[in-house]
Design a binder for this molecule. Sequence first.
Ligand SMILES: Nc1nc2c(ncn2[C@@H]2O[C@H](COP(=O)(O)OP(=O)(O)OP(=O)(O)O)[C@@H](O)[C@H]2O)c(=O)[nH]1
Ligand SMILES: [Mg+2]
Length: 865
Amino acid sequence: MAEGVDDSVGSDESGRARTHLIEELNDLREYAAKLRDVAASLPPEPVIDEVRDTLVREADKLIALADEPITVGMVGTYSAGKSLLLGLLLGAPDLLPVSDDPTTANVTVLQLRQGREGDPTLITRAALQYLSHDEVSACVATMLDELTSRCASAGMIPETLAALHRMRGLPTADFWREFGSWARTNAWPTRSPSIRLAVRELLRVGGAVLTAPWALGWSKPIGADVFRAALSLPAPVADPTVFPDWFRGTIRDRRQTGEVDASSLRATLPLIRRVVLDIAVPTHIWDLTALCGHNALALLDFPGLGADVSEIRDRGLARRELADVTTIFVLLHGQRVSDAAAMTILDMLDRAPEDIHDSVLVGIGRFDQLPHSISSDLATGPSARLSDSQLTGGVLAAVLSSARQLLGSDRDERIHFHSAMLGIAALDRRFADRGRYSPEFAAERSLAEHIPRALDNGASWSRIVGRLVVDDPGSVLAPALTAYADDGGVRRIRDGVERHVQTHGLRIRRAQLLRQADRLETTQQRLIDALRLHGPRENDETRAQRDVVESLVESVRNSLAHLADRSTLELADPRTVRVNGQAGLTDSVRQLIVGEIFGWPEWSALFAAVRDGVVCARLGDELIFDQEDEEDQPSRLPLSTREFEARFTEAVTLGERFARDRAWTLLAEWARRADVERSALHHRRAEIITPAVQQRLCAQFAGRGYPRYLDRALNLEWLPDTTRKNVEQRMARRAEAGRNDENAADTDDPVGKFPLRRNAGFAWDPGMPEAVRASVVTAVAGHQIRPARLRRELVNGAVDLVISRISAEQAEIAWVVAELLRRSRARLDAPELFVATVIGIEDDHPTDPAADLAAVRHPARGGGG
Ligand SMILES: Nc1nc2c(ncn2[C@@H]2O[C@H](COP(=O)(O)OP(=O)(O)OP(=O)(O)O)[C@@H](O)[C@H]2O)c(=O)[nH]1
Ligand SMILES: [Mg+2]
């Protein structure tokens, strides 16, 4: 924009409620960003530094959280089948390392993008993110706590424990050396397996920190061959009674060459925070359109709980990563469910119970391996009536009890029964020819053996559900069991996740941001108080002047918010909007199109041929109308509906142009009226900004920035043009996107919406082959048309088309107007320099930092855009 005001608005939008939620998220993010800016610009002052730093940290956290993709976390006991299920959801069972031993070593982020129909699922990029120095310190502190408590339970004497306690602090080389010798002399000789495990885990981390300190905080793209190594836990040590000695040598700093090879990867494994994979999922596997509105969608694979090699570290890291996850899919191991496992997971989720119930879906994994007799007994057993409660009290008692601990009551519809083996069988059935996984994978996982067994099990459950739905028509478990028998529950899990993300994802994210914003606000208040106590002060007179100017700014901001809210109501619907008491837009368009279509020359010929409202091609055997005999007829009869098409398009185009002109006129008037309604504000502004003040402002702002924003907010002349530019750009972008999307229907073809059967010949067309004519004529017993009805259909078709197009456009106009007004409003935030200039404060501290800080308001208290 020539004057330096960027008024272009974004192009991303979906349903209203969703848009509204996304706006709220943006407001919260903006609140944090503004606070951060104001706090960061405060002059250094020892008394406030600490609070200020806390504020900046908290604001950064909120911003990072707002920018995170919506996430679905896959957690559960080890070897429950989490990684395999994630692969299956994405149509590629061998996507992630899968094995019978504890496998997944690190949190894996699968960032999803829509791939092309028919393509295989592809990993398009892989990257490692290492823990930062602080994150390692926090992780080591948690591990030391755990070791301390294990040692205390084993009866270690307080003096020895105190020595361990004294070692706290940053995990430097000295720390690790000291810890190593403490563990060798005190912890190892206890022979307690759990203490030895904790020591071994700590030393693994220490070994990595010492051999590759350069890795901390590093982020690095890696090859697709290497990422599997980063995801696979090392094999358990051969002799667990030997004290581990991992502090040997150092690994050369890889940041220069940039290469992470297998050996440096092995050395740094415990320091990896997460592995990030970008994945293109083809539409025939999972159509992500509805999901990827906000930021993106990421699925997180977590290391399983209970794996010995790296349990304490993993649990600590998982707890942190899980804090921000919006949808949590807990996969329980069907053969190993226990209430204790559920409790461990609940503990790891570390949220209020109602939040957990809201965020969780539960899967019972490896369901095909539930003792086989259970399902076959039920399937073939005596024919007593089956019901949900019978299953709940009987064979499914254990799994359902664990699931309900996680879900709370009355949420059984969020339970999924899952078998990866049935899932693979279904994938084979659907895409037999396309090789969805490698032969090595099939051999390693012994699919040839597992799948037939799983299919048997699926078939018995299928018989059971058959009875269940008859015996207990209200059964909540039946859909999950049916889905299980069908494809191992994979599709239902996809749907469940999708529904949860759509209905809860953004809402949960909003709740998270709100909680963080509340924390931030408390810190903000603490900083304001500190500044009031220690910062520069103002006298009463300047305070009063400041109030006057600030209240003007606040009123202008409120008026913009009010107008933004009204815009949808007053600008969006062509059926109701009126310009200056004229007819509504729909009626005006109809009038115009009637005039246009009624003027077509065909009608005079057609109506001239009408008998009793109908044009007949033949009456009995006699042609009542013969084209050749009518050469002096000024306009001839149309021969086919095709002849109406071009003119129909023309009428639609004309109608559209007319409607669009009216829409823009309407907007211009709307903006003018808005300015008139706000004349009181104009007067207040004129009183405050006297010529002398204006001079000061010019000197300070050189005709740009804040004073101009205020003028623009009060005088909306620019609004129609800018809106138009934006709407046109957005339409062009969308058209471009439509062109690039081969699957998009060609909605811009008005003839595509032609209301008549296309290219239908009329029976009097001399070019029509006799056989066709004969069939038409006999079929309809005297081919006939009713011109009046034909004309009405064309008129209605054209009006509907124009209105449907223009409705979309007007909704777009209203949205852009609201967006521009919100931006205008946001530009009026933080007016401290403006206020100082208006009231003429020119000392070293032209502003009151406490007031500046107070001016940034939590969106829930009326701040934000
Ligand atoms: N029969 C059967 N085997 C399964 C099923 N799901 C997974 N498996 C097997 O169970 C083992 C563990 O699967 P993974 O996907 O690695 O399990 P995980 O939960 O990711 O394990 P960790 O990463 O160690 O936490 C593999 O051998 C799979 O082949 C299932 O539904 N049925
Ligand atoms: Mg795994």
